[in-house]
Design a protein around this ligand. Structure first.
Ligand code: C2E
Ligand code: CA
Ligand code: CA
Length: 650
């Protein structure tokens, strides 16, 4: 085989091109992913292979002046570098098609091929199977030389099959990169077999690496643009890599609470700046780059690994940071961080488990006002239940299969059941009855409450359209509205349209709204209320006594009825002081000329006391639990005109 006049110009171009590619690669901010690392190795081996190849062609004609071992070292080095590119390429394709989980079969395959190459080439000076130097120091191909290009082609073929199978999971640029690589290297291998002097393999690879650089995971994909922290995609990859290598780590996630009010005031841009400020200061305080922003004001620090603090230290530093109020637009905002700690290995088996348990625990800590809590396997179970309930909600929306129950309201003065509260019900084939206390907050968090609200209202209109309740003395039905609904610009016009559609007199409807802490923008709410009131609808303020900005709401919102919550009534039956609070609450509301409903009336004793201190309407299990529409009509038939001393027991 000696005596061929190899064309080396391609290799010079290859070396130059790779210098540029490696320069570009190093200049870019990198995020560590398996495919990025493999790309770097492919560049390195191609560079090495081109340089070694130049050396082999230069030394080929002077082989007899060099020691035999050096000749072998140069040639074997070149062939190893060249063949390693193919192996790296195969692992690269495996990595991008199956993300970080390289299956056992692939590992074995990669090891066997590598071992085959290494053993075959390292033993060739003795076996003379692949290459050898004859007695005149001429470079010759052994009988198995062709196994090298054949093996390379087989690797290409296997990578191609993988690509065809998983191509849908790849980004378009990755697809193009692989097609180009396969086409270029196949053509180059064939050309080389036909025209051995045209050594264009490295050149073809270098050209396709340009495409790989473009398709490479863009570091910007892993940075959250508003905070400058690593984002949820980066968190996913990092945690996935920890879990697949069974490396232990811990994490501290936190969500600052108390910012809602300010962020509504300052707008999105300023909120993002505030978020970035918090992230930047905490990152330097914790002195780590393992700081992630998952969106929705949720930050996570990976702890107990190299260059990161311990879990305890992170919790302490985060709590300390929020001890002093944040400066927002010149005012001081007291912010509470709710913190969730997490440890691996403990119970989590996948990234999803990690993210789900952190998310659930954070929401739990905020709801129950617990400053620091550890994520547990129960959180995963609870999150699964939530997902199931969300699926149920979606199903019920599609099939319109929510049920509407009615709980009568007793008018103390007339002794009649003049109204009822409409309460929604949902059932799951396995979980059974799901309380609205559980599914309504979930629907609110996911925006599904808007569809539920509409269906619920339609159901009440349908019920009223039949007119049975009205004939039995019912004057209006109370319909619960979620705050999310009240903040929709079009709520009033939408609901007026629905009433028109069912030909419902708006005076038959009373909407219950709840006080909500930290609502910065009352404008839309008040606009909706005024528009509906102008139409004839009335409003009640629900759950009075459980909220925060009570006085504000009483003064600013045009409600004519206030519903006192059971949490004010029940203690009043137990203690004298609590009774004084209830009595004064009622007196105060009376002087504001509000009508008063008391909820949670369960005993005759409650009825007697509440009637004495001037409540207008009573609602509770003492009269009836919420019941389906038919049962409610039956109840009305039995009790509608029962007179002043009605006492109905379940
Ligand atoms: P809420 O508006 O405060 O409704 C009153 C809740 O107290 C109802 O629970 C009712 O069944 C319960 N209740 C009434 N009287 C008594 C009593 O004497 N003793 C006891 N222990 N409980 C009593 P429910 O039906 O489970 O509803 C829970 C919450 O779900 C409601 O609280 C309301 O906030 C929400 N909800 C229900 N239906 C709807 C709806 O259609 N839309 C919206 N947005 N929320 C709804
Ligand atoms: Ca209510
Ligand atoms: Ca209530």
């Amino acid at each position: 085989m000696n005596g061929i006049d190899y064309v080396t110009e391609y290799e010079y171009v290859t070396v130059a091109l790779l210098c540029v590619l490696m320069g570009l690669y190093c200049a870019r901010r990198k995020f560590h992913t398996p495919s990025n690392t493999l790309f770097l190795m492919m560049m390195f081996y191609t560079f090495l292979s081109a340089v070694m190849h130049i050396i082999t062609t230069k030394t080929l004609n002077a082989a007899d002046t060099l020691p035999l071992w050096l000749n072998y070292t140069i040639h074997i080095g070149y062939l190893l570098a060249y063949d390693f590119i193919a192996i790296m390429y195969m692992i690269y394709v495996i990595a991008i098609t199956k993300r970080s989980h390289i299956e056992l079969m692939d590992r074995v395959l990669a090891c066997v091929i590598t071992a085959g190459y290494v053993i075959g080439l390292l033993t060739t000076p003795w076996t003379k199977l692949i290459i050898y130097f004859d007695e005149n120091m001429n470079y010759c191909h052994g009988p198995l030389f062709l196994s090298l290009p054949i093996m390379a082609l087989m690797i290409l073929l296997y990578s191609l099959l993988l690509f065809i199978r998983y191509r849908k999971e790849l980004k378009p640029a990755q697809n193009i990169a692989i097609v180009i690589f396969t086409a270029f290297t196949t053509v180059a291998t064939i050309v080389q077999l036909i025209l051995p002097e045209q050594i264009i393999g490295n050149f073809a690879i270098a050209l396709s690496l340009v495409m790989f650089l473009i398709s490479l995971e863009n570091p910007a994909d892993y940075i959250d643009s508003s905070t400058g922290c690593s984002n949820s995609a980066a968190f996913y990859i990092t945690i996935d890599s920890f879990i697949s290598h069974r490396r232990s780590f811990s994490a501290v996630a936190f969500r600052p609470d108390g910012l809602n009010y300010f962020t509504q005031l300052i707008g999105l841009k300023e909120s993002n700046r505030l978020c970035a400020g918090i992230a930047g200061q905490l990152m330097s305080k914790l002195d780590t780059k393992e700081f992630y922003f998952l969106g929705d004001w949720t930050f996570v620090v990976i702890t107990d690994i190299k260059h990161s603090p311990s879990r305890e230290e992170a919790v302490k530093l985060i709590s300390e940071f929020f001890d002093s109020p944040l400066k927002i637009n010149g005012s001081d905002a007291a912010v509470t961080p709710y913190i969730c700690t997490f440890a691996y290995p403990d119970f989590a088996e996948s990234v999803k488990d990690v993210i789900d348990s952190i998310d659930y625990t954070l929401r739990y800590t905020i709801k129950h006002n617990i400053p620091v809590a550890a994520a547990t396997s129960e959180a995963i179970e609870a999150k699964k239940r939530e997902m199931r309930i969300l699926a149920d909600i979606n199903q019920c929306i599609i099939n319109n299969s929510f049920e509407m129950y009615y709980q009568p309201l007793y008018d103390v003065q007339s002794g009649r059941f003049i109204s009822a509260e409409a309460l929604i019900r949902m059932r799951d084939s396995e979980l059974g009855f799901i309380s609205p206390e559980e599914f309504i907050p979930l629907a609110e968090a996911n925006g599904l409450i808007l569809q539920i609200g509409e269906l619920a209202f339609r159901s009440v209109c349908e019920f009223l359209k039949s007119g049975c309740a009205q004939k039995l003395g019912v004057e209006y039905i109370e319909v619960n509205l979620s705050v999310i609904q009240c903040l929709q610009e079009k709520l009033a016009s939408q609901f007026i349209e629905i009433m028109d559609e069912y030909s419902i007199d708006p005076r038959l409807i009373n909407f219950e709204i709840t006080e909500t802490a930290g609502l910065a923008n009352y404008d839309i709410l008040i606009k909706n209320m005024k528009q509906l009131i102008a139409h004839g609808v009335t409003f009640s303020m629900d759950d009075y006594g459980t909220g925060f900005s009570t006085a504000n709401y009483l003064i600013n919102l045009p409600t004519d009825t206030v519903k006192i919550d059971k949490s004010i009534l029940w203690p009043a039956m137990e203690s004298g002081e609590a009774f004084i609070i209830l009595r004064h609450t009622i007196e105060m509301l009376k002087s504001l000329r509000k009508k008063i409903v008391v909820e949670g009336v369960e005993t005759a004793e409650m009825v007697r006391l509440l009637s004495e201190i001037g409540c207008d309407y009573l609602q509770g299990y003492y009269y009836s639990k919420p019941v389906p529409a038919d049962a409610y009509v039956d109840f009305l038939k039995e009790n509608a005109f029962a007179g002043e001393n009605t006492t109905v027991t379940e």
